[in-house]
Design a protein. Structure first.
Ligand SMILES: NC(=O)c1ccc[n+]([C@@H]2O[C@H](COP(=O)([O-])OP(=O)(O)OC[C@H]3O[C@@H](n4cnc5c(N)ncnc54)[C@H](O)[C@@H]3O)[C@@H](O)[C@H]2O)c1
Length: 379
């Protein structure tokens, strides 16, 4: 049976707009019976961004620099809006008022005033689905941790720590971009950029902070402007929020870290839950490992469970594989096609000669085992 299509408009065709396009293009990866996104319209202030979308999505009927054109399009049902933070309020409110379902982006308004206005529009349009989401809770190990929270496996919570660490700003010669400009990124700085990623699971668990003590650092105060000069860099680089949570009649600390300057960390997201009966932790630095510890008598020992491709929405990738496997497969096929078109990739696919060596090795291995002797490998 033909699956329902949800025709999407994308506003903001940068880093994140393209990621949604790519995810939509690979929808056949999922085994769900649910609706399929179809990219019907795209919008960016910079028309150079249209090319990649036009080349890859024949379903696009509108490419425009004015987002109102997408909102006026009757056949567009939903919008993904991934634009700089200073635009969230105006665009999100207009999208919601136009009756389009909205997947927005963090921080969902540049500041509290902007967020309040967006929420007012949400209230006035109850038929419109509005969300803004972190992707990290969808790692299999994070899903397992969420299940443990639901099953109350941790017992009394002792402490929860969640964070998002980057190191790309450690390079002080990196030119400034909008994410380092207070007027575009917002006063929250690294918190607005990364905070929702750290809050998604704790907030959903019901662990709402009652108080906060914040240690905010501004480390790099100016950056190259990309034209040979220097400009002030006024955003917060690192934030450590020490919160108190009231839960189930007791209080526990929730520590949320968002750091742009964390030595060695590349987009590392983590969550750690410590409890009286059990504890668990996950970091994208170890993408398939679910670390857990159960209290037995007086002792606790940490164990690492490697999880397979256990996705929240069923997918064609077998559970025996792991997260990241579909990316590796796509890369392998891309290299095969490079070779097919006469290119010489730095690391090519396995050749028939290498297959011959493989057979010679394995045939000799069988003989070695059978005879209990060292065998020569003869390709
Ligand atoms: N979920 C995540 O992991 C994640 C990662 C990065 C960024 N983000 C969020 O996504 C949003 C966009 O970030 P990005 O990294 O994709 O930024 P980006 O700079 O790569 O892309 C933003 C795009 O918006 C366009 N734009 C600017 N003004 C516009 C206007 N008036 N109308 C239409 N288009 C306009 C720009 O030309 C640019 O192409 C931000 O809210 C950011 O916080 C989320």
């Amino acid at each position: 049976m033909a699956r329902r299509k949800v025709r999407f408009g994308i506003i903001g065709l940068g880093l994140m707009g393209k990621e949604f396009g790519s995810a939509a293009a690979r929808w056949c990866h999922l085994l769900s019976e649910g609706p399929v996104p179809e990219i019907a319209g795209v919008c960016d202030a910079n028309p150079a961004a249209f090319g990649w979308f036009r080349d890859n999505f024949p379903s696009i009927s509108i490419a425009t620099q004015n987002y109102q054109d997408l909102l006026a399009a009757k056949d567009i049902e939903a919008v993904y809006c991934a634009v700089p933070h200073n635009l969230h309020e105006r665009l999100y409110v207009d999208i919601i008022r136009a009756g389009k379902h909205l997947m927005g982006e963090k921080p969902f308004g540049i500041d509290q005033k902007a967020n309040t206005r967006i929420l007012q529009a949400v209230k006035e349009n109850p038929g419109v689905l509005v969300r803004c989401c972190s992707e990290f809770p969808y790692f299999p190990a994070a899903q397992r941790l969420i299940t443990w929270i639901r099953e109350r496996k941790f017992g009394r919570i002792l402490e929860v720590r969640a964070g998002f660490h980057h190191s790309s700003d450690m390079d002080v010669t990196k030119p400034i971009n909008w994410k380092r400009m207070v007027e575009v990124n917002g006063e929250y700085g690294c918190m607005g950029d990364l905070g929702i990623h750290t809050q998604h699971i704790p907030f959903r668990a019901g662990w709402a902070p009652r108080t906060v003590y914040a240690a905010l650092s501004k480390i790099v105060t100016e950056r190259p402007d990309g034209r040979g000069g220097m400009v002030p860099c006024r955003t917060w680089d690192n934030a450590a929020l020490s919160c108190a949570v009231e839960y189930d009649g007791y209080s526990f600390p929730l520590v949320l870290e968002t750091k742009r300057m964390a030595p060695g960390a590349t987009n590392t997201w983590f969550i750690e839950v410590y409890g009286l009966q059990a504890s668990a932790r996950f970091s994208t630095a170890e993408p398939k490992s679910f670390w857990y510890c159960e209290t037995r008598g007086k002792e606790q020992a940490w164990s690492r469970l490697d999880l397979g491709y256990a996705s929240a929405v069923p997918a064609i990738t077998g559970g025996i594989f792991e997260f990241g496997f579909p990316d590796a497969i796509q890369q392998m096929w891309a290299v095969f096609l490079q070779e097919l078109s006469g290119e010489k990739p730095a690391f090519g696919t396995f050749t028939p000669e290498e297959a011959r060596l493989s057979h010679a090795l394995q045939t000799a291995a069988l003989a070695s085992h059978q005879k209990g002797s060292v065998q020569e490998v003869r390709p």
